[in-house]
Design a protein around this ligand. Structure first.
Ligand SMILES: [Zn+2]
Length: 157
């Protein structure tokens, strides 16, 4: 093998700014242990199928900036989208298997749905902490409507 790997369609996503943590998800932690909040990661499309609670991701570590390959909970990622990847560092780690754009798009759509579902399930029944900064709260998807589907007051301030 020599030279630069051919560009490949992959799925990229961003790490949530803050994740709920601890008992009933009442604490907040920035990003994940491995990644800074907002970091861009590349998802390894290892095999199709539903129910990916974790995906293998390639990204730059929060402390060192070095490229790492690490299993990441799907719920800690958002805005999955297809991308034609040129980076040799990523392609050499990913060994992508010739997914085309449409395949990557479908996988991105599926993962986006799963991530939202897992975020809703993980602390189901527990209200978000006051001043919550989780992905749903930052994006206005939680607050007007509670996890039980009931309207709840939005606190201002
Ligand atoms: Zn929240």
């Amino acid at each position: 093998m020599d030279g630069t790997p051919d560009p490949q369609w992959m799925v990229v996503a961003n790490v949530v700014r803050w994740r709920r943590y601890g008992d009933g998800g009442q604490e907040l932690r920035p990003g994940t242990k491995a990644y800074k909040g907002g970091a861009r990661v590349f998802v390894v499309l290892d095999y199709p199928g539903m129910g990916h609670m974790e995906v293998t991701t390639i990204g730059q570590a929060r402390n060192t900036g070095h490229w790492i390959t690490i299993a990441t909970a799907t719920r800690h990622l958002h805005t999955f989208r297809p991308k034609l990847v040129h980076s040799p560092a990523v392609l050499r780690r990913a060994h992508p298997e010739g997914h085309d754009e449409e395949c990557a798009r479908q996988r991105a759509t599926s993962l986006e749905r799963l991530a939202a579902m897992y975020r809703a399930e993980v602390f189901a029944g527990a209200h978000h902490p006051e001043g919550c900064l989780c992905h749903e709260c930052l994006n206005g998807a939680y607050g007007a409507r509670g996890e039980d589907g009931a309207e709840r007051p939005v606190t201002s301030g």
